[in-house]
Design a protein around this ligand. Structure first.
Ligand SMILES: [Zn+2]
Ligand SMILES: [Zn+2]
Length: 351
């Protein structure tokens, strides 16, 4: 007999575990707000984060990367492809609502960690120069981001928020902003090194701008590897393999440094064959702007934001577990295959 209880009805219409992420965010911010964010000034913290995300230096760097994409593209596509317009919507979302959200999460998480686990904050040590402590924070933060990113691929609940980032088929530097606002809950762990070494060093705004622009550049549609420096830094050709349509996506998880992928045997270095790889998700389990005859950017944008809360279907598994396969591609999706098996979308761009 079918279960028709109110609980089962609800779970057939919603993916209830996703609400736990929203609840964690709300609880953290509630605690932080009630403690006045540990004395930190919320307004100036918002301004600081906005400088990092879309300040003058970041915008100039993004502008230069957009030019580099035109001069030396990995894949040729129209200047204003559908994916670029969609990612512009996510850029605006980040510049407006996500910056205060991430600021509140950051201040709240730091306050809760410092007060509930005060022993994790190391005392000031004269043996550790300030620059060295700052370097340690930078590298350890990058490792924490790598680890959280791996969790995003391995834990279904987190994957439901991360798959939006992987759904982009027209990658550009703006794809760095194509993330669900609540994904930032999983990356709060990257604050831990800065909390531990609080008394010894701190990341400056300049360093965080450099870090942010490195991560943005990795998403660029530029045919560029770093040669021997690929062994240390994430290049666009390296990160594109992480977004590849045909192949495992739980490789090349690094944000700025490739050392973690090499250490944990998850590094795949670029070759001529991988440079022009198609990107996106097999079977389009998430609605994408390239799918329909008309892009309907705002409707797709809204659908992408509510998607993690929608019920699971059999196409929602992370590609690392499901494995890309033509047989999993949706029959109703307006996707055709060319003779090489790579995906081409019907009327996909610049319409
Ligand atoms: Zn990923
Ligand atoms: Zn990415």
């Amino acid at each position: 007999m079918r279960d028709v209880s109110p609980g089962s009805k609800l779970s057939s219409r919603l993916y209830l575990p996703a609400f736990s992420v929203a609840a964690v965010a709300a609880a953290l911010i509630g605690i932080g707000w009630s403690r006045r964010f540990g004395g930190a000034r919320f307004d100036s913290s918002v301004s600081g984060l906005r400088v990092i995300a879309i300040g003058p230096i970041s915008l100039v760097a993004i502008g230069l990367f957009l030019v580099a994409e035109r001069v030396r593209p990995a894949q040729r596509r129209p200047l204003i492809a559908r994916g670029h317009r969609q990612d512009l919507l996510f850029t605006v979302l980040n510049a407006t609502l996500v910056v205060p959200l991430v600021t509140a999460l950051t201040l709240s998480f730091s306050e809760v960690a410092r007060t509930t686990l005060p022993w994790i904050v190391l005392p000031r040590s004269d043996a550790l120069p300030r620059w060295a402590a700052t370097a340690v924070i930078f590298v350890a933060m990058d490792f924490c981001n790598w680890f959280a990113h791996l969790a995003n691929h391995r834990v279904l609940l987190l994957w439901r928020f991360h798959e939006l980032h992987h759904s982009q088929e027209d990658m550009s530097v703006l794809t760095v902003f194509r993330t669900h606002p609540l994904i930032h809950v999983s990356y709060l762990i990257a604050l831990v090194p800065a909390i531990v070494l609080l008394a010894n060093g701190a990341l400056t705004t300049t360093l965080l701008v450099v870090y942010g622009t490195m991560v943005a550049f990795a998403h660029s549609n530029t045919n560029l590897g770093f040669g021997p420096l690929d062994r240390i830094f994430v290049s666009p050709n390296f990160h594109r393999i992480h977004h590849q349509l045909d192949g495992p996506q739980d490789v090349n998880l690094g944000f700025a440094l490739t050392i973690w992928d090499q250490l944990f045997h998850r590094a795949v270095f670029p070759t001529e064959a991988t440079i022009r790889t198609d990107t996106g998700l097999p079977g389009r389990p998430l609605i994408v702007e390239q799918a329909a005859l008309r892009p309907r950017h705002l409707a797709v944008f809204a659908a992408q934001l509510v998607a993690p809360f929608r019920p699971l279907n059999d196409l929602s598994d992370p590609p690392s577990r499901a494995g890309p396969s033509a047989s999993r591609r949706s029959a109703s999706s307006p996707v055709q295959e060319d003779e090489k098996g790579s995906r081409i979308a019907v009327e996909s761009v610049a319409t």
